[in-house]
Design a protein around this ligand. Structure first.
Ligand code: FAD
Length: 313
C-alpha cells in the first residue's frame, strides 16, 4: 500500500502512529540480529519502515534485500531510500526494478551525499538533484511508486541561501512527491514553524517529522556537525554531562526524544519517523513513554511466533 495513503488515513482517524528507519548491516551476524529486532518491533505495529541507501549505491544489494525481507517476510509497509548523485541511470533502474520485484511500493527519492573521497558527479544519463529522480521515477513507473522526499526545517546544511533552498524544496515536491520525511528534529518549534510555512505555500502532502533518540555521544556529535541542525542548549548540556556513561547518554536521548514527540503531537503531528540506528531498546522506551506502544513485549521468540526468517546476507 502507498505510504501517503496510510498517512492520510492516520490523519483522518486521529490515531497516533510511528514509523521506523533501519540501515542495511554489513555482516551476516548484523543482518541476523536486525531481523530478530525487526520481528519484535513489527509487533508494535509501525505504520511503515524505511531502509537507507548508501551514498553512491554502496549498499545497493543489501538495501534491496533488507527491503524485500521487511515487505515480504515481516509484512511491513516498506519505503526504500534511493539516492541518485554519483550513480548512473542503470544503477537507478536496477534498484527500482529490485524494489518492484520485492513488492515494495514506496521510494524516498534523494540526491544523497557525496560518496567518501569523491566530488558530486552527475553520471552520464544520471541525475543532479532529488527532483530529477522524482521526475524520472514518475516517468518510468507512473503511479506504481509512492514517492517521498526529504525536507529540511532549518534549510539544507549545504545551502547558504535558505530562501532559495526552500524554493528548491517546493520544486521537488511539485515534481511529483507524495509525502515528505523531515530532517531530524531536536527542536520541535522549528519543525512546527516550517510545516506551517510549507502549508502556507500550498504544500499539501503529508509531512512526517524525523526524531532520533540519541544513543551515543560520538555519533550524536558527528550527526549534529554534518546536518547542522539546531540542538537546544539543555540537550547539549545534558549529553555533555552524561558523555562518559553510555547508559546515561541513552537515558538523556530517550527523555529528550519522548519530550519532542509529545511536543510535536501536541502541535498537531499525528506521528513521527524514528531513526533506530538498528537498535530497539531506546525506540521502545520512547514509544512506551508517549503512549504509542505498550511496555516492552516480554515474549521470547518462539518457533511458532517467529516468521521464517530469510537467510542472513
Ligand atoms: P536535494 O533536494 O536535491 O537538495 C540538495 C541540495 O541541492 C540542497 O542544498 C538544495 O537547495 C540544492 N538544490 C536542489 N535543487 C537545485 C537546483 N535545481 N539548483 C541548484 N541547487 C539545487 N542520504 C543517503 O545517502 N542515504 C539515505 O538513505 C538518506 N536518507 C535520508 C532521509 C531523510 C529523511 C533525510 C532528511 C536525509 C537523508 N539522507 C540520506 C541525506 C541526504 O541525502 C542529504 O541531506 C543530501 O545532501 C541531500 O539530499 P536531498 O534529496 O535532500 O537533496
Amino acid at each position: 500500500m502507498r505510504v501517503a495513503d496510510k498517512l492520510r488515513q492516520a490523519a483522518e482517524s486521529g490515531a497516533g502512529f510511528f514509523s521506523l528507519e533501519f540501515f542495511p548491516p554489513k555482516t551476516e551476524q548484523g543482518v541476523a540480529n536486525l531481523y530478530e529486532r525487526i520481528e519484535r518491533l513489527a509487533r508494535l505495529n509501525p505504520l511503515f519502515v524505511a531502509v537507507t541507501w548508501g551514498a553512491g549505491g554502496s549498499t545497493a544489494q543489501r538495501t534491496v534485500e533488507l527491503c524485500s525481507a521487511c515487505q515480504g517476510v515481516f509484512g511491513l509497509e516498506t519505503v526504500m531510500h534511493l539516492t541518485c548523485t554519483n550513480m548512473d541511470r542503470a544503477m537507478v533502474d536496477e534498484a527500482l526494478a529490485g524494489a518492484k520485484a520485492a513488492g515494495v511500493q514506496n521510494i524516498l527519492a534523494l540526491r544523497g551525499d557525496r560518496p567518501r573521497n569523491q566530488e558530486y558527479q552527475v553520471q552520464a544519463n544520471g541525475f543532479a538533484y532529488a527532483a530529477d529522480l522524482v521526475r524520472y521515477v514518475r516517468a518510468q513507473y507512473g503511479d506504481y511508486f509512492c514517492i517521498g522526499v526529504a525536507g529540511y526545517p532549518e534549510g539544507h546544511a549545504e545551502s547558504d541561501d535558505k530562501e532559495q533552498d526552500f524554493e528548491h524544496f517546493k520544486a521537488k515536491v511539485r515534481a511529483g512527491a507524495d509525502f515528505v520525511v523531515s530532517q531530524l528534529v531536536f527542536d520541535p518549534e522549528l519543525f512546527v514553524a516550517w510545516e506551517r510555512r510549507c502549508r502556507a505555500h500550498g504544500i499539501d502532502v503529508p509531512i512526517v517529522p524525523g526524531v532520533l533518540p540519541v544513543q551515543s555521544y560520538q555519533s550524536f556529535r558527528r550527526l549534529a556537525f554534518l546536518t547542522k541542525v539546531h540542538v537546544p542548549a539543555q540537550l547539549q548540556a545534558q549529553l555533555g554531562d552524561a558523555k562518559a556513561n553510555d547508559q546515561a547518554v541513552k537515558d538523556v536521548g530517550v527523555a529528550h526524544a519522548a519530550a519532542a514527540v509529545r511536543a510535536l503531537r501536541e502541535a498537531g503531528a499525528r506521528g513521527v519517523h524514528l531513526t533506530t540506528l538498528n537498535l530497539e531498546a531506546s525506540v521502545c522506551r520512547v514509544l512506551h513513554e508517549v503512549g504509542l506502544a505498550p511496555a516492552a513485549d516480554p515474549r521470547p521468540l518462539t518457533a511458532t511466533a517467529a516468521p521464517a526468517l530469510p537467510a542472513a546476507l
